[in-house]
Write a new protein. Structure first.
Length: 392
């Protein structure tokens, strides 16, 4: 090869490389295909599936891991997220981040070997699965034949927790610095599994306890009885209760022979003041009424949430004397951020009811939540943040 041809060849390789990655300030930023959304995804059709829209997903996107180790990010295995698009992440867990309309059609995942996994709208992996995006169903076709149902157990779990629609304000975004090690869940048929927010803060266990026992259980697992830090967190947890607890504890309902579930939470009334029973935060909380027939100011009243099986979309908040040993319920625990000191996860939360602040105020605010203001420390994390921006 003469010098001119060699130079042309090198220039061509550089051109291809730069068009695959954008280089800004010495850092590599991922190709646009890695940020593929439902609006710009490639859609095809297959006569074998006349009612399906087939969304073509890349088998992988090259990331900083590839650049340093010459290795692709796979879309299979135990890694939480590969470098793939939101469409493919959506496919990996029943279209959870898809812009669904409200139908209950199944979603089908298909790999290159035509092995199929159909995910109906039911409880999967402890999460009430979302709906399809159309009156038919969507097929997601991958270029890798190792995609299967068992390979996607824990895929896409961080993204779902704090996604908001565009009409939700978000003044502050915090990145958790806590590597939360969850309690090992037992089989879903026995009534306990982590649900939408458990990866970050909440967990429970299907064993009726007294309040003191519930406090001890939470404490032994680096947690307190659940409390609501602000209105955003209140809405999130209420949504989790409305959509999942009825399903998660169906085994307990059948065993108990009734349809009422009782959960202890940390709200107490002590000498006319309401506060959270927590070693993290105690505040005078006025959002909730103490629902008892009569109050004795010398008594302490503790609070429970009761979910009605007759109408699983409703629940009530009630109180009882804290020393009443005849009241039993399940512990509803909130992990204590300050007790966990690892810094290796990618968990984000958006506070929609917060006021904008200067950098110092934002740092202090995120610090109260066990985190710090969001940043991207590598191309992989930058891609995750880009995914959030698409949905905010």
């Amino acid at each position: 090869m003469d010098i001119d041809c060699y130079s042309s060849f090198i220039f061509y390789l550089i051109f291809i490389f730069i068009n695959t990655f954008s280089i800004i300030n010495g850092q590599f930023y991922l190709s646009r295909i890695c940020f593929m959304t439902f609006d710009n995804a490639t859609v095809t059709y297959d006569p074998s599936y006349p009612n399906a829209s087939i969304l073509l997903c890349p088998s992988s996107c090259y990331t900083m891991r590839y650049l340093t180790n010459q290795d692709e990010y796979p879309i299979f295995g135990n890694e939480t997220y590969s470098g793939n698009s939101l469409v493919c992440k959506s496919a990996m867990h029943d279209g959870r981040v898809a812009p669904w309309i409200g139908e209950n059609s199944p979603i089908l995942i298909q790999n290159i070997s035509l092995q199929l996994s159909i995910f109906p709208s039911a409880l999967r992996n402890g999460i009430l699965s979302a709906k399809s995006t159309s009156s038919s169903y969507n097929t997601y076709r991958f270029a890798n034949n190792r995609i299967n149902e068992t390979s996607i157990i824990d895929i896409a779990i961080e993204h779902r927790g704090f996604l908001y629609t565009q009409n939700k304000e978000s003044s502050i975004t915090c990145r958790s610095k806590n590597d939360l090690v969850s309690i090992e869940p037992i089989n879903i048929d026995n009534g306990w599994k982590h649900w939408i927010e458990n990866r970050l803060k909440y967990f429970t266990f299907p064993w009726n306890m007294t309040r003191d026992q519930a406090l001890t259980f939470c404490s032994n697992n680096n947690a307190t009885l659940m409390y609501w830090f602000n209105t955003t967190e209140q809405d999130i947890l209420q949504n989790a209760i409305l959509t999942t607890i009825h399903q998660l504890f169906r085994y307990q309902r059948n065993t108990a022979g009734n349809d009422t579930l009782t959960f202890f939470i940390g709200l107490k009334r002590i000498n006319r003041l309401q506060q959270w029973e927590s070693n993290v935060r105690n505040v005078n909380e006025e959002r909730f009424d103490i629902n008892v027939n009569s109050l004795n100011n010398d008594d302490d009243y503790c609070t429970i949430i009761q979910s009605s099986g007759g109408n699983p979309q409703s629940f009530g908040i009630y109180s009882h004397r804290c020393d009443n040993q005849y009241i039993s319920g399940y512990p509803l625990c909130r992990i204590i951020p300050s007790l966990i000191d690892q810094q290796h996860d990618f968990i984000y939360r958006l506070e929609s009811d917060s006021q904008s602040g200067n950098l110092t105020g934002v740092i202090d605010y995120c610090s109260e939540l066990g985190g710090y203001p969001i940043y991207a420390n590598n191309a992989y994390e930058w891609q995750l943040i880009q995914g959030y921006i698409l949905f905010i």
